[in-house]
Design a protein around this ligand. Sequence first.
Ligand code: H79
Length: 441
Amino acid sequence: PTAPSTSPGKETPAQKASRMDWWTDARFGLFIHWGLYAVPAGEWQGRRGYGEWIMEEADIPKAEYERLAARFNPVKYDPDAWARAAKDAGMKYVILTSKHHEGFAMWDTQGTDYNIARRTPYGKSVIEPLAEAVRRQGLHFGVYYSIMDWHDPSQRESKPGTLSPTLIDPEQKARYVRDMKTELKELVERADVEVLWFDGEWVDWWTQEDARDLDAFLRGLKPDIIINNRIYNSREGMAGISPAGMPGDFHTPEQEVPATGLGADSYWESCMTMNQKWGFVNDSEADWKSTGVLLRHLIDSASKGGNFLLNVGPTAEGEFPQRALQRMAGIGRWMRINGEAIHGTSATPLGLLHGQAPAWGRITRKPAEGGAAERLYLHVFDWPRDNVLRLPLAQEVSSARLLAAPDARIGIDQGDGELRLRLPAAAPDPEVSVVRLDLSP
Ligand code: H79
């Protein structure tokens, strides 16, 4: 169970639920990792296999890395096209990297002159334009922000294998934290940021007191802001789970969907790449997950009560890679027919009996609302060989419909605490077919 996000006593679980309402309903968002690392695109001095960690992993000196800025000129950047792609994929929010571990700010900030407006031929911010485009599509907007900064003078030159740079000097740290606040305040105010997605918090100098102070500062700026758990240095591994009682609005499993979810009272979001890296890299089709695999991760997350944040790494010219667009379009085709089985749904105990998801697929649920019956959505990953889907359900079913084939006949047998659905001989959807069950009150 997750503790209330703000200081205990300031917000009840119901108040938190109401603040988190749009985010919980959304279930599906777009992550965008965009920074100077898109220029080398994963390759340095003839060696490949790097990603957005290239500065650290290829041990590039600050002065040399800075020169990438002169080559960052996203003349093809079309924020409306990005926002439309997100909307068409069925995503409800977008999180853009404002500043990754490399320390390069993607907006025109007073906090550091190491920013896109000052150092690149492009010469202007990319953040506010995306925030505006995203809102024109009716979506929500947030930013990623790294606490660790490989460029700032407060933090030593990167060394290979150094995940945790140590501060040189306490005065430098005080100045750095002031600059962080300047930057975050600008972002919240200029882009009306709804989610702050922190990362790089594991460095040894980032204390709980620092985090509490920043947390209070941000919530003071915007009381209904949503902040991930990584504002606090408390993560237990890549599973992204903070201990109970740790403030932060949601847990952040990275590159995985928790096998059994994280419990009914907890908020979480699994973030995942389509390929092997978060930033843009020159790679090949073999490095990419298929549309079907990504779709199943989205459904899996929703069925366990969590969100799915799917990442794209745009090129330094400002375009989403074709492979990313193809996958987003494929998921979007599925979502246009089956989106009601994702958006606004929650987990059901039936979907994780004895901690096990059904062998044939996943289940999401919508409570009875405004005259509508309680609904269960059966996401059939593997079509049953005998065309009969069995469910341990005693509650009476008033209708069963395939979202991809509303006119197809489904036979309903119920008895002995079991529901048996006689399905058509073939799955109507090549990826995942969804059966909508209306339950009698
Ligand atoms: O921005 C993307 C990546 O660049 C960044 N997070 C996503 C969203 C990231 N990916 N990998 N890492 C960061 C590696 C971090 C690994 C560790 Fe740790 C940091 C291992 C030990 C310290 C955090 C704390 C994870 C385990 C304990």
